[in-house]
Ligand binder design. Structure first.
Ligand code: TMP
Length: 210
């Protein structure tokens, strides 16, 4: 596929939205066509699924939760991301299947390989060209959320050990696929993180090593 698919991953409060909007602004200013998406909620159907999965009151069984995320993902990839990549556009997306492996696999304690396989089936095997993992101690992420939120969604409201497992799972995933992942310390200043991301994305765009 001709385009470039870039995803951001990390715990809640790790700075993904800040960094993705810096990247999107820069690429757009350079005259590139950038499609921005997020999971859950990148499409109209996704917005409805996001509401259910993050804000529905009451219990959702872990496998049901994993399948709702996978359904959102299937629709997002089929209707938004794949067509954009086929046109040669750049897609910058907040969260993708690594989130399911980390949150539903390690967090909810489902089998990580099964969770990944369900997602891979949902997206017909599409993997990002680059996944930027903003790694941050979950307590710092939590403090950042505390500053900006009055209410937590179903996942954010999970306990510390859940978020610690999510962080470890992300680091394991990154170690397994060092070519796809760029792991950055989410505690560094915003500008310095943005600089590292810029270097890696530019090297992908020019085909030169960073
Ligand atoms: P966010 O859009 O604010 O990051 O919120 C999405 C929440 O959903 C976040 O807590 C991570 C969680 N999540 C999963 O548990 N599994 C997934 O596959 C995805 C995409 C997100």
């Amino acid at each position: 596929m001709a385009g470039l698919f870039i995803t951001f991953e990390g715990g809640d409060g790790s700075g993904k939205s800040t960094q993705s909007s810096i990247l999107v602004d820069r690429l757009t200013n350079e005259g590139r066509t950038v499609i921005v998406s997020r999971e859950p909620g990148g499409t109209e159907l996704g917005v409805e699924l996001r509401e259910i999965i993050l804000h529905r009151r009451g219990y959702i069984a872990p496998r049901a939760e994993a399948l709702i995320y996978a359904a959102d993902r299937a629709h997002n990839i089929a209707t938004l991301v794949r067509p954009a990549l086929e046109r040669g556009d750049i897609v910058v997306q907040d969260r993708y299947l690594d989130s399911s492996v980390a949150y539903q696999g390690a967090g909810r304690v489902l089998n990580p390989k099964e969770v990944r396989d369900v997602s891979l089936w949902a997206v017909e095997g599409l993997l990002p060209d680059l996944t930027i993992l903003l790694d941050l101690d979950e307590a710092i992420g939590r403090e950042r959320l505390d500053d900006s939120r009055t209410k937590y969604d179903r996942l954010e409201a999970e306990k510390r050990d859940f978020h610690a497992r999510v962080r470890d799972a992300y680091l394991t995933l990154a170690a397994e696929e060092p070519g796809r992942f760029l792991v950055l310390d989410g505690a560094l200043p915003v500008e310095s993180i943005a600089e590292s991301i810029r270097g890696r994305v530019d090297s992908l765009l020019t085909g030169q090593p960073s």
